[in-house]
Write a protein that binds this ligand. Sequence first.
Ligand SMILES: NC(=O)c1ccc[n+]([C@@H]2O[C@H](COP(=O)([O-])OP(=O)(O)OC[C@H]3O[C@@H](n4cnc5c(N)ncnc54)[C@H](OP(=O)(O)O)[C@@H]3O)[C@@H](O)[C@H]2O)c1
Length: 239
Amino acid sequence: MFSDPVLITGAGRRVGLHLARRLLQDGARVIAHYRSSGENLETLRAEGAQLVQGDLATVDGSLAVAEAVRAMTPALRAIVHNASAFSPTADDPREAASQFIQFFGIHMQAPWLLNTTLEPLLRASASHPADIVHITDIFAERPHPEFDLYCATKAGLENLSLSLARRLAPRIKVNCIRPGPILFMPSHTPEARAKVLAETPLGREGGPEPVYRALRALLDNDFITGAALPVDGGRHLAR
Ligand SMILES: NC(=O)c1ccc[n+]([C@@H]2O[C@H](COP(=O)([O-])OP(=O)(O)OC[C@H]3O[C@@H](n4cnc5c(N)ncnc54)[C@H](OP(=O)(O)O)[C@@H]3O)[C@@H](O)[C@H]2O)c1
């Protein structure tokens, strides 16, 4: 499908794993980043992915991931920034401050560091244009007060996306996908699930495939940059 690999962060489980596997099924080469080891990694490797491990909450971890990717390939078709942490803001200010630093590291600093250090690999791609895709959240636009730090750092990533889209054009497109209720977390209670679904015009949990379809739509369209595409069953209309 593409001659150069697609790098996906946080590909060890759930949405990132699905994106990596679907790209492989469709014939793309994939470099799958993960943090924690698990049985999904062997599946990914067996299906043809190259794997790179690292903690994207820190500068050193992010730069080490970039270095490992540079050692694997001279060119990248796309970078898909999927890695994320999600939790309500803690009541204790010190604990909340630690969360803030972690969210900033994963959602903003790591994408900025990877995009900056791997830009030459995107420029070397046989595909014109190459792509950066940031997986954000509908909460980036309409924040949830209990998750204010998570939301603010996803909004920060969307703002970085806009700067990058201007700076890297026309060689590299930069877009966001804003998921809504794609896969509930184990921490979502039945009541919380019912409330979310009641707020979702299409009335169901989407599953990860619509995110893959959105990713393909962006990769396959050479005239979209600086966009943020909701994949949320319409939930952004209801809040
Ligand atoms: N699921 C939804 O309904 C939904 C809704 C809105 C937005 N989104 C967005 O869609 C994306 C995927 O969602 P998801 O539900 O699959 O997310 P998830 O289950 O929370 O998975 C996040 C991934 O990020 C990795 N990660 C977390 N902290 C990391 C760190 N410090 N360094 C490196 N990797 C780290 C995790 O690795 P480990 O396995 O090692 O923890 C995991 O692979 C995320 O960007 C999320 O914000 C999802």
